[in-house]
Design a binder for this molecule. Structure first.
Ligand SMILES: [Fe+2]
Ligand SMILES: [Fe+2]
Length: 192
């Protein structure tokens, strides 16, 4: 019987998973950028694409620092998040609503990455892989900053613009109305 795997094995496995996730994201981010109407949002996706390419190179350094071959392993988690983003892009939304939805899709990916890198940093530190921990922390910081930037864009006007289209003046939901009453009228049925 094979020996039981250690945390080090799990760490290498998680690195391979994350390496593949970043590669998938380099294909998804240009699509998000292309679908965005807001110029700042498009630029944010484009600049995060360049950052993501740097993160791939950084993961390669991590593998090297551990004397491991650079290898990816299909990441089902990010594939699912990317698929959901694709479905959103196929919806028939007005431009600002689409931008709000693209931010939501982008933030799902960022949070997934933050969870992955958070674990990787903690494991690297626990096992004394100082160089790997330092590199992984740099990427974790970039993911957090990318997430924050998306929040800033959403809360800095995009959400309100989309909300105004959903509820034009004088068409505010009465206080205390249940969210389901707003949902009964679908996006495609037009203005009320
Ligand atoms: Fe990333
Ligand atoms: Fe990211």
């Amino acid at each position: 019987m094979a020996e039981a795997g250690t945390l080090h094995d799990a760490f290498i496995d998680e690195l391979r998973d994350t390496y593949d996730a970043e590669k998938q994201l380099t294909k998804a981010l240009p699509k998000l950028a292309k679908a965005a109407t807001n110029v700042k949002l498009r630029t944010a996706f484009e600049s995060h694409l360049r950052e993501t390419e740097g993160q791939i190179a950084r993961l390669e350094q991590v593998f090297e620092s551990l004397d491991e071959k650079v290898r990816g392993k299909h990441c089902d988690g990010i594939a699912g998040i990317i698929d959901e983003g694709k479905s959103i892009m196929e919806e028939d939304f007005d431009e600002t609503t689409m931008d709000a939805c693209l931010i939501a899709a982008g933030q799902r990916a960022e949070h997934y990455e933050m969870a992955a890198y958070g674990t990787l940093v903690a494991w690297a530190q626990a096992m004394g892989h100082t160089e790997a921990a330092k590199l992984l922390q740099q990427t974790l910081d970039e993911e957090k900053a990318a997430d924050k930037k998306l929040s800033g864009l959403a809360e800095g006007g995009i959400n309100q613009g989309a909300a105004n289209a959903a509820h034009p003046q004088g068409d505010q939901e009465p206080v205390g109305a249940s969210p389901s009453s707003a949902r009964k009228t679908s996006a495609k049925s037009g203005r009320r």
